[in-house]
Design a binder for this molecule. Sequence first.
Ligand code: UD1
Length: 417
Amino acid sequence: MSRLLVTGRQKLSGETYVQGAKNSALPILAATILSKGENVIYNCPQLSDVEASLGILRYLGCEVKRSNRTLLINANGVCRSEIPHELMRKTRSSIVFLGAVLARTGRAKLSFPGGCEIGPRPIDLHLKALRELGAVIKEKHGYLDCSAPNGLIGAKVTLSFPSVGATEDIMIAACLAKGTTTIINAAREPEICDLADYLNACGAKIYGAGEGVIVIDGCDNLEGAHHTIIPDRIVAATLMACAAATGSQITLKGIISSHLASIIPVFEDAGCKIRCREGSMKFSAPSRLSSMRTVRTMPYPGFPTDAQAPMLAAACTAEGTSVFVENIFENRYRHISELVRMGANVKTEGRVAVIEGVPSLYGASVEATDLRGAAALVVAALGADGSSDINGVEYLERGYESLEVTLSELGAEIKKI
Ligand code: UD1
């Protein structure tokens, strides 16, 4: 088990490139199994969650080669429809393989994903939608056994909540269905658009990605394509929070500022100066932040739940009271008890967290219990007096590519042991 040792209060400076988006890479990797021929995926982050998806692709019969952040995937040899539990449980987003395997092979047998660190992760919307496309799904002994005896058939699917994963699963499955599928109340996240761009480059006919209604005309087959993964907006928000907590000035390169449209005003309200130009952002924080007022997590284009933890950590030392309302996941405040151990003054009640800013936090030995919570502890430790010892680094590595190296290069005192 690795840990991070952080000595706080070092100013950050300089510039860094933001990695490719994990949440784009994972569904795109699953979608490669629909295609015949070679796929070349550029800017794919090197993360344990990505490795887990590559493990599933190899098991299903794909040829996978990696050269740094470029992946070559050929799915011509797909020969299995079953994904064993040991592979499924390595990443929470493996459920997106359901639609992909079913569309490619006409059958899919995979283990039911359980709950996780941030609360229950139901998949009822995925299952209801796939049934509407003609899938027969049996749930027993912790497994989902799905088949499409007459092939998948396009249908009108209405989501009761704009679930990111369900939208992706349906989009992928519908690409090879007979006829037209319409998704009503689809998720609008940039990662949905990235998946649609990849699939359309393979020959799919997806219209309206990024809007509330997506229309997919089914095709007989798809060809492999070259595709570059978009930058990770949550990693960008995390680096902004690191700079904000340390009163620093940094430049982020390779970003898409429109994807940060709900995040930038929160930092600006807290006194940060932000200038975006041609894929780069100059971010400058005051020596002490003002409060972030009220931040409510919402589906895109609202404020992302994944940015809640790192930004809440920065708010702990702001002047005044900030309020966060977590509307997406039930159990997404587990980092708060660790922040309190570092001197933060935060009270939670249900979905609401009230943060009374303190002048400074102090270093402590703390334990991460989920991916974004781990990022929050890094933000807090960077801004704290003294040294912190952060356990649970394996969570961080699911979504951040060598964050400690990026931060050291920007001037932080942080090392992994
Ligand atoms: C994706 C992201 C995750 C992000 C989340 C919300 C990936 C790999 N992960 O997760 O980082 O935090 O979007 O932006 O892209 N729900 C149901 N039934 C379902 C599906 C979801 O009730 O069948 C509920 C969930 O419990 C949750 C809400 O809908 O409360 C949002 O979930 P969803 O948008 O599906 O998130 P994920 O796709 O799992």
